[in-house]
Design a protein around this ligand. Structure first.
Ligand code: ATP
Ligand code: MN
Length: 336
C-alpha cells in the first residue's frame, strides 16, 4: 500500500468556532481529506488549559468543536479525529523537544514576545504552559509524523519552530522526524474590530453557528470599515482602510471578479458600507448553510461524538507511541 501523507491540524477548545477558524482552517482540513492523505484533526484541550480555567467550559467545548468538525465535513472514516489529551505520549515527546529548544528563541515568537512585554514588571505574568505551548505544539505535529499542516496565518511562527526542531533532531538522528510543510494559501480573517478574529475575543468574532440575522446585525453595528468614509457616496479605500468587511469578501469569494466588483464599487462611491456589509452577511450565511443543518442534527448526539473521539484517540496514540519509542531510545532513555 502506498504510504499515506499525514495532514494534521488542531483547534483549541476555547469556544464555538468563528469564520476565521472556518475559512482559515476547517474548510482546508476538509479539502485535504481523501486521496492519499490521512487527515489527523484534533481538539487541543491541553492548549486550552493555558487560558481557560473553567473545567465545565473545557468539557463542553471539546464536544462542541468535535461536532463542528463533523458538521463541516470531517469524516471519521477518512480522518482521525481526536482529543490531544488522548495521546499522553505527546507530553513525553514535548519534554524531549523542550530539551533541545533554546529558551531565547522561544520567547522571540511574536505572540509570546508581546505577551511578555505587556506583563513586564508585573508580579505574575503568563503561566509557564503558555510560554512553552509552541514546544507542545511541535510535539502535536512531529509525533504523528505530519507532512502538511494547514493552519491560519497566525500559526506560521509556531509551525516554523516545529520545522526547526524536526531539523535539529534529524541532524542528530537522521530521518527521525518528517519535516512538516505549511500550506501556501494561509489567511488571516479580521474580526469586527479589524484585529484577528478569535474565539477568546467574543466581541470581535462572528460565529459559524450565528443566524443570518445575527451575522447581519454584528456587521451592521460593530463592523469597522473605512473610517474616513462618511457618506455612502464618498470614495472608499477597500484595500488599505476597510478593516473588517472587504478583507473577508476577498477571502471568501472564489472568483476574483466578485470581490473586485465590490472593491471597484467602493472606490467609485457606488456602494455604501451598509450595503456592502449586507452582501457579506448574505454570502457568509450561504457558505455556512449546509454546515448549520448538519450541526443541528449532531446537537444531541453526544454519545456518537464521544465514540468518534475515543476511536480516533486510540489510533492517534498508536501512531505517536511509535515515534516516541524511537525518540526515547535515540536520546538515551530506557524504560526499565
Ligand atoms: P483563541 O482566541 O482561543 O486562541 P482562535 O480563534 O485563535 O482561538 P485557535 O484554536 O487558536 O483559534 O486556532 C485554530 C485554527 O484556526 C488555527 O489554524 C488558526 O490559525 C486558525 N485561525 C484562528 N483565527 C483565525 C483567523 N482570524 N483567520 C484565519 N485563521 C484563523
Ligand atoms: Mn489562537
Amino acid at each position: 500500500m502506498k504510504q499515506q501523507r499525514i495532514v494534521l491540524s488542531g483547534i483549541r477548545a476555547t469556544g464555538r468556532l468563528h469564520f476565521g477558524n472556518f475559512i482559515g482552517a476547517v474548510q482546508k482540513f476538509v479539502s485535504y481529506q481523501g486521496g492519499d492523505n490521512l487527515g489527523m484533526y484534533f481538539i487541543a484541550d491541553w492548549h486550552t488549559l493555558t487560558t481557560e480555567k473553567n473545567p465545565n467550559a473545557i468539557r463542553n467545548n471539546i464536544l462542541e468543536v468535535a461536532k463542528d468538525y463533523l458538521a463541516a465535513g470531517l469524516d471519521p472514516n477518512q480522518s482521525i479525529i481526536y482529543a490531544q489529551s488522548s495521546v499522553p505520549e505527546l507530553m513525553e515527546l514535548s519534554w524531549y523537544l523542550a530539551s533541545e529548544q533554546a529558551h531565547k528563541q522561544l520567547v522571540m515568537i511574536p505572540t509570546l514576545k508581546d505577551l511578555l512585554k505587556k506583563t513586564d514588571g508585573a508580579e505574575t505574568g503568563p503561566n509557564f504552559a503558555m510560554i512553552s505551548y509552541p514546544v507542545l505544539m511541535a510535539a502535536d505535529i512531529l509525533g504523528p509524523q505530519a507532512a502538511l499542516v494547514p493552519v491560519g496565518e497566525d500559526q506560521v511562527p509556531n509551525v516554523e519552530l516545529a520545522r526547526d526542531l524536526a531539523r535539529k533532531f534529524n541532524n542528530r538522528f537522521p530521518g527521525i522526524f518528517t519535516v512538516p510543510e505549511m500550506v501556501q494559501d494561509m489567511v488571516r480573517i479580521p474580526g469586527l474590530d479589524g484585529e484577528k478574529m478569535g474565539k477568546s475575543d467574543a466581541a470581535n468574532a462572528v460565529g459559524i453557528s450565528d443566524s443570518l440575522e445575527e451575522i447581519r446585525r454584528k456587521y451592521a453595528t460593530r463592523g469597522v470599515t473605512d473610517e474616513k468614509r462618511v457618506a455612502a457616496t464618498d470614495p472608499g479605500d477597500p484595500y488599505n482602510r476597510c478593516r473588517s468587511v472587504y478583507p473577508v469578501h476577498e477571502a471568501i469569494s472564489s472568483d476574483e471578479v466578485a470581490h473586485r466588483t465590490i472593491a471597484q464599487r467602493c472606490v467609485a462611491g457606488a456602494i455604501g458600507c451598509r450595503e456592502c456589509k449586507g452582501i457579506l452577511a448574505d454570502r457568509l450565511a450561504e457558505i455556512i448553510g449546509p454546515f448549520q443543518e448538519r450541526r443541528h442534527t449532531l446537537e444531541c448526539q453526544n454519545d456518537y461524538v464521544r465514540d468518534v473521539l475515543h476511536e480516533g484517540g486510540k489510533r492517534a496514540r498508536v501512531m505517536v507511541a511509535e515515534t516516541v519509542a524511537k525518540v526515547r531510545e535515540a536520546v538515551g532513555i530506557e524504560l526499565f
